[in-house]
Ligand binder design. Sequence first.
Ligand code: ADP
Length: 195
Amino acid sequence: MAHPIKEEKTFVLIKPDGVRKGLIGEVIKRFEQRDLKIVALEMFMPTRQMIDDHYPKDPAWIERLGMKTLSTYEKYGIDAKKELGSNDAKELGNMVRGWLLDFMTSAPLVRMVVQGTHAVDVVRKIAGPTLPYAADMGTIRGDFSIDSPALANSEKRAVANIVHCSETPEEAAHEIKHWFGKAVIHQYKRHGVDE
Ligand code: ADP
């Protein structure tokens, strides 16, 4: 009988850059080698609407997205107003959100549900922080991307960082419902982990 603590589930999307760099196997391998198990998995081509429904629309989330641009621009002495026409975090956040929709619909994605002990936190740790140029080596984002908002935004695009993974168990439950709906989430015993 699996202990309830081992049954935490999280949601992961392999983004267009991860798929196009041939990293599907590598990403899955890193979760599996940490004793997490894949309990649902599918490649699909998303619609813009699906991605629009996935990313939050609340003003605080959008402003936080813009702040990420502003803080790297400040760090590297780039004038956001000159380069992007605004230095307002909300405006920049909306701009970035639009680029994110373009990026996320530029190739097929791989969606999965990952289950295991503290799956939400452990998967985020394996993925590494949002901005790859600042991510430690040994994380997916640190090992396979070097992208930064300063570079991405100057090219009018979202930061390419290989994977999306839920941030909290509540967000995971919401995203699993959004992306898998009534699809079956499988159950099996991981050898050496569940038995
Ligand atoms: P995470 O994906 O780590 O949860 P966020 O929720 O903050 O990160 O951002 C969602 C996604 O938006 C990021 O994964 C990244 O692809 C993109 N992104 C975040 N901040 C920026 C930015 N300043 N400029 C461009 N793209 C960004």
